[in-house]
Ligand binder design. Structure first.
Ligand code: NDP
Ligand code: 2IT
Length: 444
């Protein structure tokens, strides 16, 4: 469609250095031709031009002092992308690879993901190029305090509510919450993913991984299959991967391999997930340490090799573009049935094409990993009500939301004549909700 091509060309000219952002916008825009035919009001109201431009981009200096007394400077970001359906909502990523293009791609994806949850949350994302890997607890605290000393003026429970992402878990959220409270002299639910001691929600820690499995369960049920007895590989061994693996095991799936950025561990009889959780979540060690106490398992250097392991289900839960065409070919050759994304945009466009043309059920992250932000939405509700729901209650709501997302995505894909094309279904369903709100609110 001419309108779409024009907007894409303009975006590529204006943001030539932001390759991940362009990858994300191209995919969404390419899904929308049929919608625009049906809805000329979106074109008239300039919805496409507006939705690809962040409402606000904040970049700032984050100075801190390391344990040796040396001054360090990182760059902080918050991209407030779209507030049509609620306050900006999305995580903070601390990783050495972070740059503006990566935060913009994540913020853009978040708009549609949050819309799919059915909860009133706009899209945003932030973070820093700070590398937390080799830092002491004191250094992490000082960095988080410095980061929040600038960010606090831009966020708020009704404005923008950050949470965790890569490199940001309950520890970092705690230090940032403490600093926000001190600066604002105000106790509000300005961050989600808080610990249970001061306003966090049960199930938030588990939510992205659990939600991913609830989504896959709904998808397989719709295709007359069940999870019990299947095999899986799960990339990463962070927050998303660990709780995906625990839920997978509970559902009768054998998890054969998991990874970190150095390599992967493989055990044909299935990994001991609680041992991996202890190793990564509590001791913060490398995954290669696992084989020391598990002699049947093998460690392979290099994380992308994980996709050469024969499995029924692959769950990429580490980072963007980790599953490339070669990995997709290896998975297809080995008979993979399902690829569902716990990470954001982990599968390259060429790999997605290869999977879908070979009949693999492919679930994009903005649908399949929405359980984390959905439960953040539930944390915001509980904070506003000043009460906490039980584990069972939050878990039931999460399951319900993931089932609804799958149904919405599947129905939308079918309605547009492309059954099982969940990329199309997720992009269109998320887009329509936000676009309608943007039209109703006028040119802002
Ligand atoms: P964590 O920091 O807890 O874990 C990240 C995991 O991915 C680690 O095992 C890490 O290995 C690995 N990893 C990170 N970067 C790379 C890389 N460049 N190459 C290979 N492996 C890498 O993050 P999360 O589990 O929270 O996030 C994982 C993914 O899920 C991200 O894409 C995130 O955006 C997405 N996501 C997270 C949600 C959440 O609620 N936390 C919600 C929805 C999506 P190492 O330790 O070696 O760095
Ligand atoms: O990518 C994501 O959806 C997240 N990192 C979670 C965001 C949130 O606000 O809980």
């Amino acid at each position: 469609m001419r309108e779409i091509e024009r907007i894409k060309a303009n975006l590529h000219t204006k943001n030539a250095n932001e390759k991940e952002f362009l990858q994300a916008t191209d995919e969404v825009l390419d899904s929308l031709a049929a919608v625009l035919e049906d809805h000329p009001e979106y074109i008239k109201a300039g919805v496409l031009e507006r939705i690809v431009e962040p409402e606000r981009v904040i970049m700032f200096r984050v100075p801190w002092v390391d344990d040796k007394g040396k001054v360090q400077v990182n760059r902080g970001y918050r991209v407030e992308f779209n507030s049509a359906i609620g306050p900006y909502k999305g995580g903070l990523r601390f990783h050495q690879s972070v740059n503006l293009g990566i935060i913009k791609f994540l913020g853009f994806e978040q708009i549609f993901k949050n819309a799919l949850t059915g909860l009133p949350m706009g899209g945003g994302k932030g973070g820093s190029d700070f590398d937390p890997h080799d830092k002491s607890d004191g250094e992490i605290m000082r960095f988080c305090q410095s980061f929040m000393s600038e960010l606090y003026r831009h966020i708020g429970q009704f404005t923008d509510v950050p949470a965790g992402d890569i490199g940001v878990g309950a520890r970092e959220i705690g230090y940032m919450f403490g600093q926000y409270k001190r600066l604002k002299n105000e106790y509000t639910g300005v961050l989600t993913g808080k610990s249970l001691n001061y306003g966090g929600s049960l199930v938030r820690k588990e939510a992205t991984g659990y939600g991913l499995l609830y989504y896959v369960e709904a998808m397989l049920k719709d295709h007359g299959e069940e999870l019990n007895g299947k095999t899986a590989v799960i990339s990463g061994s962070g927050n998303v991967a660990i709780y995906a693996a625990l839920k997978a095991k509970e559902m009768g799936i054998k998890v054969l391999a998991m990874s970190d950025s150095n390599g992967y561990v493989f055990d044909p009889e299935g990994l001991d997930i609680l041992a991996i959780k202890e190793l990564k979540e509590v001791k913060r060690l490398r995954i290669r340490e696992y084989v020391k106490n598990h002699p049947k398992a093998v460690y392979h250097e290099g994380s992308s090799g994980i996709y050469t392991v024969k499995c029924d289900i692959a769950l990429p839960c580490a980072t963007q573009n980790e599953l490339d065409l070669n990995s997709a070919k290896a998975l297809v050759k080995n008979g993979v049935k399902v690829v569902a994304e716990g990470a954001n945009m982990p599968t390259t466009p060429e790999a997605v094409d290869h999977l879908m043309t070979n009949g693999v059920l492919y679930a994009p992250g903005k649908a399949a990993n929405a359980g984390g932000v959905a439960t953040s939405g539930l944390e915001m509700s509980q904070n506003s009500l000043r009460l906490s729901w039980t584990f069972a209650e939050v878990d039931a709501r999460l399951k319900d939301i993931m089932n609804n997302i799958y149904q919405t995505v599947a129905t939308t894909a079918a309605k547009y004549g492309q059954k099982d094309n969940q990329v199309l279904g997720a992009n269109i369903a998320g887009f329509i909700k936000v676009a309608d709100a943007m039209v109703e609110q006028g040119i802002v």
